[in-house]
Ligand binder design. Structure first.
Ligand code: FES
Length: 163
């Protein structure tokens, strides 16, 4: 099984960010969609500081307001991310079914803590809220693929496919 890595586009620059932004009317109801579009198009799947400036200008908001939105939602990041984003659910059901054990296992096996990226830029580990798969907890998502019924053994197998 080969997981699809994030689309590593190399044509990203501030001009490109402005073009993307221009496709959204400057209504606040469009803010989240615009942030998603900007993040999706960035080769490191994050929102750099200078992009937050552009967004604030476009939506006539302060940068603090934009930052407030970005930091509220766990799917947004202001730090560069790896080719694979591993999001382990930390919501109550997954937590009670052992997601903390998975974080401990990942740290022990691969020396990776939530919020960090491996030195080779390949894998970013994050905590996430409920993925809607509570019936098969604990769950996690790798880029767009959800995995359930996780155990350290299953995690190891999935990890070995992140190439
Ligand atoms: S609590 Fe983890 S998927 Fe719902």
């Amino acid at each position: 099984m080969l997981l699809k890595p994030k689309n590593m586009q190399n044509n990203w620059n501030l001009e490109r960010a402005n073009e993307i932004l221009a496709t959204f009317p400057p209504n606040r109801s469009e803010l989240i969609k615009a942030l998603h579009a900007l993040q999706d198009k960035h080769p490191q799947y994050y929102l750099p500081d200078e992009v937050l400036d552009l967004v604030a200008k476009h939506f006539k908001l302060t940068k603090a307001q934009v930052y407030g939105v970005v930091s509220y939602y766990s799917m947004f990041s202001t730090k560069p991310r790896g080719k694979y984003i591993v999001r382990v659910c930390q919501s109550p059901v997954c937590h009670s079914m052992g997601s903390e054990t998975l974080f401990d296992f990942i740290e022990k096996e691969w020396d990776l803590k939530p919020g960090n990226t491996t030195p080779d830029g390949k894998i970013t580990l994050e905590k996430t809220e409920c993925l809607g798969r509570c019936g098969k907890a604990p769950s996690m998502m790798v880029n767009e693929t959800v995995y359930t019924d996780l155990s350290p053994e299953k995690l190891k197998e999935i990890w070995s496919n992140l190439t």
